[in-house]
Ligand binder design. Structure first.
Ligand SMILES: [Zn+2]
Length: 152
C-alpha cells in the first residue's frame, strides 16, 4: 500500500495522473475534452507544481467548468490562445514572486484537505467513462473549495 500523498492526500496520485494523461491524449470522450480541467484540478491540489501565476488560470478554468460546463471551458481556452499570441512577460518586477517553484507566502494549499481527489475520480485506477464528467465536476468543486477562486 502506498502512503497518501503529502499534498492532495490521495494514494499513488502520480501514477493515477499519468494514467489519466494517457486517456486525455487518446482524445477519446469523455476524457480528452476535459483534459484542461483535469490537469487544473491536479495542479491546484499540488501547490509545489503550480505555474508562475500561482494557479490563477487553473482556478479560472475550474470556475468556468462549474458555471458553464464544457462550452464555457472551451471559450476560455480559445481566449487564452488568442491572448498568448501577444503575451506580456509576467513577473518581471524586481523582487517579484516569479520564481518557478516557490509558493508565495499564504498560498500554500492545505495538505490533504480535499473532499475529492484524483483517487475518487479514478475509481480504482481506470477512470471509467460512466459518470466521469460528474466526478470531474466534484473534483473541481472540492479543489476550489480549498484553494480558490479568491484565496490569496
Ligand atoms: Zn498528490
Amino acid at each position: 500500500m502506498t502512503d497518501p500523498c503529502g499534498e492532495c492526500g490521495a494514494r499513488a496520485c502520480e501514477e493515477l495522473f499519468h494514467g489519466l494523461l494517457a486517456l486525455d491524449h487518446s482524445r477519446a470522450e469523455p476524457w480528452g475534452p476535459l483534459h484542461g480541467v483535469s490537469v487544473s484540478c491536479f495542479l491546484l491540489q499540488h501547490a509545489g507544481r503550480l505555474p508562475a501565476d500561482g494557479g490563477a488560470a487553473a482556478r479560472g478554468l475550474l470556475q468556468a467548468y462549474l458555471d458553464g460546463g464544457l462550452p464555457a471551458v472551451q471559450r476560455l481556452i480559445g481566449r487564452a490562445r488568442a491572448a498568448n499570441s501577444h503575451r506580456v512577460k509576467a513577473g518581471a518586477a524586481p523582487g517579484g514572486a516569479a520564481r518557478g517553484t516557490a509558493v508565495p507566502v499564504g498560498r500554500e494549499a492545505p495538505r490533504g484537505g480535499f473532499t475529492v481527489t484524483i483517487e475518487q475520480v479514478a475509481q480504482g485506477g481506470t477512470f471509467p467513462a460512466a459518470g466521469f464528467p460528474e466526478r470531474v465536476r466534484a473534483w473541481a468543486a472540492a479543489t476550489l473549495e480549498v484553494s480558490g477562486p479568491h484565496s490569496a
